[in-house]
Design a binder for this molecule. Structure first.
Ligand code: FAD
Ligand code: SF4
Length: 511
């Protein structure tokens, strides 16, 4: 007899949750592969394969530990292909008195589960808190006050570091006397550190690739027969320790670097196990902190890395619950253009974009500066509709889940919320991209040229953006200076740059 059915979502593979601390024969755990999740956006094939593989592994582990588990594969004849319909069906079939779930991290899913739980004709359900973030869901209002209009990552980060006592001295000061070591970080790659060693994992993707093909699931990108993501706690722990020992030393220093032909640089590649909740953020933070205290990694690298996880990751998740869905359709710059078709092929002569997009299609991964300053920057300068940009980012990355993808894309990258998440639009011309990397040397366009058909499109598009949004940009002290310098240029100079931008925009599909 089953007393309670407990739904485990595909991105909630947290072995440490209190649910699993004891075996209860009257509880049945259910995991399901469903079309409602494979189809709500077109996903990269590696994303779907990775999540299903990780779910199957988790179900096997639970069973081996003595828990009762029901696993619905995508082709199970009993599968109703929706999370809620499956819960309804299974409760009826097994005569279950109640069901429960850990609060979903995506609003879309949480609302569907809440609606089922409150349906008088449905089985009674109740949520429990998840334990895989640093701040419980119920406490988010204390950290992100509803009455605030703007939120500041830096203030949030300092408060949370104090609260959790991360990199803090006994007297309550930040370790090393500073909160931020950005001035020591963010160089271009100069070869001073060799490319680090990485562990390799080898997940057999073939059965799930065949399943997706047989079921007619539409996906994007490529998928080799074996995948290289850490999908179990043991593998995640191996990935973490190799990162700490071999890679962290160069993290901050090369965090914003772009290198032709190098897709990982000194990044951790931990977002997938973190977002599937195979790896807890505090485990990662404490491991990095320990490396500093043991003299194995410099403070600037460790602080820079911890800032990403304790700071940006938790901040984005908090703002997702604060601003979504109220801001979901905001469009501050009224951008309405489609994404150029080469975002799905990588077939562009702009080397930096071709590399970032091709790599994303091949691997389902791009590092932060590629997402923010290459693809995101281009989409913003070219006036692409935020909804189109959001759909692309939500689909293409293996680590993409709306709670972290949306604030990063809509807010940080496209500034579509008018600055509620980030204090300025992240825009840059070719000069920045050339300073941070070496793509330009192999590009069909000339980074130093501002005008003409051969000029780097980022250059004129940057000023085109500044020109068309000058009135709102002038009100933002963080970006007003380049606007004023643009307005001081001669009419002829401005007209030549704008004409070049118009030319590039008119030929955007063949850039
Ligand atoms: P590292 O560079 O090694 O950073 C370490 C960890 O810090 C990451 O694993 C991640 O958990 C966290 N982190 C770093 N930056 C951010 C950030 N801005 N927001 C939240 N967490 C951060 N991250 C996702 O996890 N999923 C997404 O769907 C996603 N979409 C993005 C879309 C855009 C337009 C932009 C600009 C950024 C996006 N990010 C997203 C944030 C960041 O780019 C990725 O977390 C990072 O590239 C993942 O690679 P990594 O694990 O090697 O990260
Ligand atoms: Fe990118 Fe412009 Fe450099 Fe080409 S010249 S790689 S388009 S920044």
């Amino acid at each position: 007899m089953t007393r309670e059915l407990r739904l485990i979502l595909g991105d909630q593979l947290d072995r440490q949750h209190p649910w699993f601390q004891q075996v209860d024969p009257d509880v049945c755990y259910v995991l399901m592969e469903v079309r409602s999740e494979t189809d709500y956006v077109v996903h990269h094939i590696q994303k779907v394969v990775t999540i299903f593989l990780a779910m199957r592994q988790f179900a096997t582990e639970l069973q081996a530990a003595g828990h009762r588990v029901r696993y619905l594969t995508l082709d199970d004849p009993a599968n109703q292909q929706s999370l809620t319909e499956n819960v309804r069906h299974l409760c009826r079939e097994e005569g279950v008195a109640q069901w429960s779930w850990q609060h979903a991290d995506e609003r879309r899913v949480e609302e569907a589960l809440q609606a089922l739980a409150q349906d008088p004709h449905g089985p009674p359900g109740h949520p429990v808190d998840s334990t895989h973030f640093l701040i419980p869901r119920a406490d988010l209002d204390l950290w992100f006050k509803p009455q605030n209009h703007h939120y500041l990552m830096e203030a949030f980060y300092r408060r949370l570091r104090q609260h959790l006592r991360v990199l803090m001295t006994a007297t309550g000061d930040p370790e090393g006397g500073q909160w931020n070591y950005d001035t020591d970080n963010r160089s271009a790659y100069d070869g001073a550190l060799p490319w680090p060693m990485r562990p390799h994992f080898s997940q057999d993707a073939r059965p799930i690739k065949a399943l997706l093909a047989a079921q007619g699931v539409t996906t994007l990108g490529h998928c080799p027969d074996t995948l290289d993501w850490p999908l179990t706690p043991t593998e995640a722990s191996q990935a973490l320790s190799t990162f700490i020992d071999q890679v962290l030393v160069g993290f901050g220093r090369y965090q914003d670097a772009l290198v032709d032909g190098e897709d990982r640089l000194f990044h951790s590649l931990l977002s997938v196990p973190l977002n599937l909740k195979i790896l807890h953020p505090l485990t990662v933070i404490r491991a990095a902190e320990e490396a500093f205290y043991q003299g194995r990694a410099p403070l600037a690298a460790v602080e820079g890395f911890i800032r990403q996880i304790l700071g940006w990751r938790e901040y984005m998740r908090g703002l997702y619950w604060r601003l979504h869905p109220t801001e979901a359709n905001s469009n501050y710059f009224a951008h309405d253009q489609p994404l150029p078709g080469w975002f799905w092929t990588g077939q562009t002569r702009m080397r930096c974009l071709a590399q970032a997009i091709d790599q994303s299609l091949q691997t389902g991964y791009a590092h932060h500066i590629q997402r923010l300053m290459v693809t995101g920057n281009f989409a913003l300068l070219a006036g692409v509709a935020p909804s189109a940009v959001n759909a692309w980012y939500l689909g293409i990355y293996v680590d993409a889940f709306e709670w972290v993808q949306w604030p990063n894309t809509h807010g940080m990258s496209q500034h579509a919320d008018g600055g509620r998440i980030a204090t300025k639009p992240y825009i840059a011309s070719g000069a920045y991209l050339s300073k941070q990397g070496d793509h330009c040397a192999q590009c069909a366009y000339r980074v130093k040229d501002k005008t003409g058909a051969k000029s780097c499109p980022f250059n004129s598009l940057y000023w085109h953006f500044v020109d068309r949004h000058q009135h709102v940009l002038l009100k933002n002290p963080r970006i007003a200076m380049p606007v004023r310098s643009w307005l001081k240029r001669s009419d002829a100079d401005r007209a030549a740059v704008l004409a070049t931008a118009e030319h590039h925009l008119a030929h955007i599909e063949s850039l």
